[in-house]
Design a binder for this molecule. Sequence first.
Ligand SMILES: Cc1cc2nc3c(=O)[nH]c(=O)nc-3n(C[C@H](O)[C@H](O)[C@H](O)COP(=O)(O)OP(=O)(O)OC[C@H]3O[C@@H](n4cnc5c(N)ncnc54)[C@H](O)[C@@H]3O)c2cc1C
Length: 466
Amino acid sequence: MQKYDIVIIGAGPAGIFTALELRRRGFAGSILMAEQGAPIEKRGCPKSKTRECVHCKPFCHITSGFSGAGAFSDGKLSLSYEVGGDLPELIGAEYAQELIHETDAIYLEFGADDHVEGAGVNEEVKGVRRRAIQAGLKLVDCPIRHLGTEMAQQVYGDIQGWLLAHGVEIRFGTICRDLVIQDEICTGAVLEDARTGAQEAVAGGRIVIATGRKGADWLEGLCRAHGISHEAGPVDIGVRVEVRNEVMEEVNNLLYESKLIGYPKPFGNKVRTFCQNPGGFVSQENYDDGLAVVNGHSYKNLKSQNTNLAILCSHHFQHPFDQPIAYAKKIGELTNMLGAGHLLVQRYGDILEGKRTWQDELERSNVRPTLPDAVAGDITSAMPYRTMVNIISFIRAVDQVVPGFAADETLLYAPELKFYSNRVRMNDRFETSVRNLHCLGDSSGWTRGLMMASIMGVRMARIITE
Ligand SMILES: Cc1cc2nc3c(=O)[nH]c(=O)nc-3n(C[C@H](O)[C@H](O)[C@H](O)COP(=O)(O)OP(=O)(O)OC[C@H]3O[C@@H](n4cnc5c(N)ncnc54)[C@H](O)[C@@H]3O)c2cc1C
């Protein structure tokens, strides 16, 4: 059996920054990264040619491969500890912010754009905040370094080259199927060649799982099978909203991303905006089990006439039901079913009038969908009452901050689902209930974004080398 000092499962930002920081700090031990997807230069979404998702097998290129969900993402690095997950609860807000600055400097070394959006507070920003307060919303300050989809690929491509040049072994097309755990000590992982199906166990001094949102279900299964201590976290269910750039112009220019949080009546659940893409494109993300969900991204140079952003509602489940991922998936499947396998899009005004949207009605609006294969229909037939009421109330409140946001023609795409529910119980040294096993990034339930996943990797490396 081959033996490594460190075995990292998943080559997303969390896994990458673990390996990168280990080598930067002079760690000379052997490091293996196992990634089910392809190297960055072989990743490519055929949709730009086919215009329709062709459900790439064995894995979707958008979410798998070197740099994980980051390479084809919008590459927005959120530079505030208040954004991107709950990791600060584990390591402390101040330390999280310190790590963000240090990790941001690494991104800059690898060629990230030095321009930061949304930094600085002036009278106009104060005006936006005043309107948010009047509408009962909180405006979160979060400077953003925007890599853009093309730049993100270049930055992560350079990191891939650097890791290989510094002796990190990266096995692509390699799926981790299981862990080797004896007497509550993790000693290795079972890897499978995605092409041949051949399996091999490798031994590791420490095993770091960083399999992203995509690997959250799998990790939850592992936790159940091996008794790794974990708990159900929240799941976010919502819609992606698309409006003309003119509507969002003021906040786009001032803040790039307006992070607004509210707790609308009568339910008082947390509802928030997420992942705002000025001049961006709505996109489809496919899970390997066939579930199609909506997302959004933007390019640095190619711009659309629209801005899209997610509106997400947090859902918690405790007793007697404790499977939030399964709950969200059922809603996603129902929405996919109503769209005959496609994403659904509906005009906000039609929702208020209680009618579905028809394809020809979309043509009449100022706002034209940037995701042409979304099907006009009725998202309210699939969305739970509580979630829908939360979304409508929140859109009304945002309209006070951004006049025109609640226009009849505003587009709502569904399902927008964020799976980060299974939270692995860990201490601030990322020690799980199983010795030598660490869980990082989105699959651990502690992060939800590129920067937060990256700093978790940096922190992991420092723990190992301390
Ligand atoms: C379209 C899109 C746009 C986004 N835009 C932004 C943005 O602008 N800003 C932001 O902060 N965040 C954004 N995100 C979220 C961000 O990409 C993730 O939060 C981040 O990538 C999480 O990093 P991670 O390392 O935890 O996991 P991931 O990046 O998901 O990487 C996990 C890797 O593990 C691999 N893997 C999974 N299971 C296994 C297994 N069993 N064996 C081997 N390998 C496995 C996967 O193939 C994947 O490559 C976006 C996500 C998407 C999908």
